[in-house]
Ligand binder design. Structure first.
Ligand code: R5P
Length: 309
């Protein structure tokens, strides 16, 4: 089943698996979401594919309602496949009197009846411990790496736009046999939404081809500031590898900045034509990875074996 956030991805996965997809969502005139599953779910393993973007709140509501419908229809197992897990950046109390939103969303999903969660590049992997059901996390690098490898980029340095992304950056560097890694220093005022600044870096990017990696691009502030800074520090080229292309606010125009040479994203979030029309944006599909994962989950195979790059 799929909701309205990325039906294309669900259909691409189903095509690989030779399965049908049900789209059970409609909306009442007052805006309430209605779910009606057209076929029997009794004793079935149901896979619900629903990233929680571009509209985080509606997508989450659709997701929990679909899970509830499947549970009340006697499904034997319900896997919530959430390629992009919105709210996952709110995974801790970074100041007093704030919720841990990601934990709450995870609990809503479990309380609705999910028996398993599968995500791609969750913002921090410790979140898997928020709930007591299996939560597998795969990586979008599985889809992006072959494209980058095929370019045979010389003098490569992999950079992270903040310290939280260093694990991801070193992973890419290892798999691409990069010359080095670099870290751009980002300062964010936690009291202000969506604002960050770049002021320093560790590493040497002079005359290097830089691959700047991140889990998500939202307003584009983080990554565009980092790309401009890397060019000022002498980088020859800056390519971006970002798993989740949320492209909120004016990100679509920000990423056109000439400091960025190419942008690789995946289809965890369904892209607007406005983004797809930007020549330097290349989209790698996550559907083959998710199709393999679904197959393994259903047949009792290993998820980690050769699916984690
Ligand atoms: C932060 O820790 C994340 O990994 C991203 O770098 C950040 O949230 C992206 O947001 P924005 O595009 O709005 O700067």
């Amino acid at each position: 089943m799929t909701g309205r956030s990325n039906p294309k991805l669900a259909h691409d996965i189903a095509k690989i698996l030779g399965q049908e997809v049900h789209e059970p969502i409609s909306v009442f005139s007052d805006g309430e979401i209605r779910v009606r599953i057209p076929v029997s779910m009794r004793n079935k393993h149901v896979f619900i594919i629903q990233p929680t973007a571009p509209n985080a709140n509606d997508s989450i509501m659709e997701l929990v309602l679909m899970i509830d419908a499947a549970k009340r229809s006697s499904a034997s197992a319900i896997s919530a496949i959430i390629p992009y897990f919105g709210y996952s950046r709110q995974d801790r109390k970074e100041m007093p009197r704030v919720p841990i939103s990601s934990s709450l969303v995870a609990h809503m999903i479990v309380n609705a009846g999910a028996t398993q969660i599968l995500t791609i590049d969750i913002h921090s992997q410790q979140q898997q411990g928020f709930v007591r059901i299996p939560w597998d996390n795969l990586f979008g690098s599985y889809a992006i790496l072959p494209i980058i490898k095929s370019q045979k980029i010389k003098n490569l340095v992999v950079a992270s736009p903040d310290k939280g992304g260093m694990v991801q950056a070193t992973g890419y560097a290892r798999l691409l046999r990069a010359d080095d890694v670099a870290l751009v220093y980002k300062v964010r005022d936690v009291a202000v939404n969506d604002k960050s600044e770049t002021s320093a870096m560790i590493g040497d990017v002079k005359n290097k081809n830089v691959l700047l990696v991140d889990d998500v691009i939202s307003t584009g502030g983080t990554i565009v500031n980092a790309a401009i800074f890397l060019k000022q520090m002498g980088a020859k080229s800056v390519r971006l590898a970002i798993v989740h292309g949320v492209f909120a606010a004016d990100a679509a125009s920000k990423i056109k900045h000439p400091a960025i040479d190419e942008i690789y994203i995946t289809d965890t979030v369904q892209q607007r034509p406005e983004i797809l029309g930007i020549k330097k944006v290349k989209v790698a599909s996550i559907a083959p990875l998710l199709a393999k994962a679904i197959n393994r989950i259903q047949s009792g195979g290993s998820i980690s074996r050769d699916l984690i790059l």
